[in-house]
Design a protein around this ligand. Sequence first.
Ligand SMILES: [Zn+2]
Length: 236
Amino acid sequence: MDYIENFIILKKGKFREYDLWLKVFSPNKGLQTYFAFGGLKSKRRFCGCLDILNILCGKIENKKKGYYILQEASLIENFSLIKQDKKKIGVVVNSLNFLEKIKISQEEFKQVYLLLKDFLYSIEEAEDISFFPLLFKTCLIFNLGYLPHFDSCLKCKRTIMWEKETFFSFKDGGFFCMYCKKDNFIKVPIATLKTLKTIAFSTPKDWMKWNLDVNLKHTCYEIVNNFSQYHLQLAI
Ligand SMILES: [Zn+2]
C-alpha cells in the first residue's frame, strides 16, 4: 500500500552502491526506517534531497509490516543555516539523540513531529541557542504524559503559586506546600516552578525571545534531569 507523507530525516546511511537507508520521523508513523533504492543516483525521484534534517514530502510503499520503501520525494525545507553552523548542528544532534531514545505512542506522533519541526525552524533563525536543548527536552517530556501539576499542592490542594518555595516529588510528578512536604521531596523556589510552567506551555517560536537567567536554567535542568531519570531512566 502506498501513501504520501511529510517526514524529517534524522539519520541516513549507505548500503550497496547507490542505496540509502533513512531514519525519519513522521506525524503519522513516528520513528521509521525508509529504504531509498537508487537514493544516491536518481535525481528524478529524489532531486538530491535525501539529507539529514531535511523535511520532505514523500511517496512511501509499505511492502510488509515495518518495511517501508521511499519511492520518490520532494524537498520542503533543508535548514541550510543550521547546516552551516557547527554549534547549531551540535544542539540538534544532541536533542535528536534524546528523542530517539524516548518511547512515543501513536497518538503522540503528531505533536512530537510539530514540536520537532518548530524546533528546527527556530534554531535556523535564533542567535542564542544555548538553552534550546533543555527547553526541547523539557517540552518533549512534559508533552509525553509527564506534565507535572503546577498550580496547587498535590495533597491539600492549596494554591502554591504565591509561596516562596515549594517541594517537588519526582515520584508523584507534582509540587507540595510546606505543610505537606516529605523529607525526600526537593525544595524548589517559586521562580523555578513558574519557569517550568512557562516552558511546559511554550512553543519553540517563544524561545527565541527569551533570555533565561543562568541560575534558573540550572535549577530547571536539575529538576527535569532527575524527573527524566526517575520516569524514563534517561538523563537529559
Ligand atoms: Zn499541602
